[in-house]
Design a protein around this ligand. Structure first.
Ligand SMILES: [Zn+2]
Length: 296
């Protein structure tokens, strides 16, 4: 991983010797891209708009790729990746993929320049996928968690609380919907937070879910969130200093339940439920619970 970081640093501080940079200091006949021969080899050309680059970005699990006729810069691409967090995408995974992509492109360019090795696109994509799978397994391993795509009701006597966060520019709306074993909504709570941080928002929602479960008097509780980072932290599988307060809040409550689980799932379900509650004007029928007393 270290050389990946050094490479990123070189890219972001314009220190990588691509041909457009070399051209400024030494006379070179041809500054066009070694990989595709189209256009001058700049950082953006090599890592974003080159035909080889486009193919490897498109091969990513998210199908994202830079739109290059917009004059996109490396920083724009990084901002784009960072903002994917608002679309329920784990940006840590995307950044890992991005690290591997730029590393592979740089190696491929070097192989071509120094060894005149032919660019094998399929091999390049295979290598990226394999490196991503390896590093992903070692960095994000969570064997105890099973991520499902379908919502299922909890067992009898249990309550399941689904958490959701909508992140706006300056604020976040957090929502918790509680359902019983017949999938009936037995409680719901929404709250507006006057700060904007997706990770803390997810964690706050889990805390809200725990206090909602307490107020409803359930003894068997499942809290479901779509943030792996938060769920891993709450399950003690990973530690994040930004989440410590939230984790200790949830831990202090967990002993009051007979059984208590934190799991991961997609939570479109919460949104759908809240939307239907709003449209059917059912709010008065649903017991709105006391506001969460903040643990922090
Ligand atoms: Zn090229």
């Amino acid at each position: 991983m270290e050389h990946h970081k050094v490479l990123w640093w070189s890219i972001l501080s314009n220190a990588l010797p691509v041909r457009s940079v070399i051209k400024k200091r030494f006379h070179i006949k041809d500054a066009s891209c070694f990989l595709c021969g189209m256009g001058e080899e700049t950082l953006e050309q090599l890592f974003l708009s080159c035909d080889v680059a486009l193919h490897v970005w498109r091969a990513s699990p998210w199908g994202i790729y830079p739109v290059c006729d917009t004059g996109i810069r490396m920083w724009d691409w990084i901002k784009f990746i960072w903002n994917l967090k608002h679309r329920e995408i784990d940006t840590h995974e995307v950044f890992l993929y991005a690290l591997i992509v730029v590393d592979s492109l740089w190696r491929t360019q070097n192989e071509k320049v120094y060894n005149n090795r032919h660019v094998d696109m399929n091999k390049c994509i295979d290598n990226i996928c394999n490196s991503f799978a390896d590093l992903h397994a070692s960095l994000f391993a969570s064997p105890a968690l099973c991520w499902k795509d379908v919502w299922s009701p909890p067992p009898m006597d249990w309550i399941k609380l689904n958490c959701d966060v909508k992140v706006e520019l300056q604020s976040m709306c957090i929502a918790v919907v509680a359902r019983d074993y017949l999938s009936r909504v037995v409680g719901a709570h929404t709250s507006l937070l006057d700060f904007s941080d997706a990770l803390c928002g997810e964690a706050t929602t889990c805390c809200l879910a725990v206090s909602v479960a307490m107020d409803l008097g359930y003894k068997f509780v499942i809290v479901e969130s779509d943030s792996r980072v938060v769920i891993n932290a709450l399950n003690g599988m990973d530690s994040q200093w930004t989440l410590e307060n939230y984790v200790s809040f949830c831990n202090s409550y967990s002993s009051r339940f007979s059984s208590y689980k934190m799991t991961g799932n997609k939570t479109q379900h919460v949104e759908a439920t809240l939307a239907s509650i709003h449209t059917r004007n059912l709010w008065p029928e649903i017991e709105l619970l006391v506001p969460l007393s903040p643990p922090f």
